[in-house]
Write a protein that binds this ligand. Sequence first.
Ligand code: PM9
Length: 461
Amino acid sequence: MRPSKQRSWAEPYKIKMVEPVKMTSRKDREKFINDAGYNTFLLRSDDVYIDLLTDSGTSAMSDQQWAGMMLGDEAYAGSRNYYNLEDAVRKYYGYRYLVPTHQGRAAEHLISQIMIREGDMIPGNMYFTTTRLHQELAGGQFVDVIIDEAHDPESEHPFKGNVDLQKLEDLIKKAGADRIPYVSIATSVNMAGGQPISLENLRALRELTQKHNIPIIHDMTRVAENAYFIKMKEKGYDDMPVVAIVREICDLTDGATMSAKKDALVNIGGFLAVNDKEIFEEARNLVVVYEGLHTYGGLAGRDMEAMARGISESVQDDHIRARVGQVQYLGDKLIEWKVPVVRPIGSHGVFLDARKILPHMSQDQFSAQALAAELYLDSGVRSMERGVVSAGRNPESGEHNYPSLEMVRLTIPRRVYTQAHMDVVAESVAEVYENRKRIRGLKMVYEPKYLRFFQARFEPL
Ligand code: PM9
């Protein structure tokens, strides 16, 4: 007899092709992580069992997307797949003008070069590594205006991606609206733990920024996941399909950068989309310098076709429920086992709270980096540091930026792993947590200038 009337859900797809994964011994992994300088980015993927490094470019494409790859029109100019992509962007997101790019950071580069002048301030709902770097390289300074709750891993605020409007107003008063080229708004805020912004907050933000004539540029990398949280948590949206909520979010903004490697279910691709014709003309001009012609932006025709189809799949309720549901499943298990994680569980990954797990270690000993290495040693599960290493250095003082959140991200690729994989991951995290007192800190022995988390090397203290 089943214990209750509860009905389980399952993924809205079945598996047609499989890719074997390799199991390794602890002895092997000791060598591999040592060779990788205790940086999970420097491991070979062949030496990883379950890869939760990132949800970026790691999705399983559908049969429809693969079929679309065969319909790639590889003309240099005016590929039919570009027009299919333009149609999808207009239909689902509503932005008027499209410039494809090879991935998200290329779109960030274009918009930063076009809109930011030396000395400008760019307020945003928490920094993202590549976004902030491009703002800085264009002469701007990022200013965090997210609500305080976003910096508190234990706060159960349902919309930790919200903007603190008072912080923004204070900044406008201090800097002057003419020194703020745009407000940078991410949906499903990555560095806060995949936390959503509410439509109510976005609407209020829109009102405030319009008063001062400041545009909103939307980092829409995980917009569908944010929309799903609005459906689940915000009053008045439970009956609205995700596709409509996505459109409502986009309509409250003036343009967007997109890493299609996440929400949009492709292995490569991105774009800049704007409503302003002049900005579009400039972007179209710049893209030919850095990416390729404005109708392919560094992508093959087949990549654009997969993206167009991926966008349409990404906003379907069944898909997004299963995607976010799998992340929640892993998160709930860890919460049940009392492992400290960022609450509420976000949309694309479970974020371990390294400060709480390793209270004997300071941020100068790179506790999250050490925890990620330990998890790999335990089971071959690859995760990612999202703490002081990712936060980089202050470009003026040269000091480490010390973020309040020191985390290890277990990022779930879309449509790739099963519930059994999640169980294996949870059990390994629990084992590492039980033995946490044995974990030692690290020292950084090599530090690249930009985005150091990708290539930095460490040694055990
Ligand atoms: N995000 C991620 O793993 C991949 C590289 S950084 C470790 O989370 C947002 C919100 C992102 C993002 C990438 C980019 C850049 C922009 N905004 O990686 O250049 O999460 O396509 O996008 C990564 P690209």
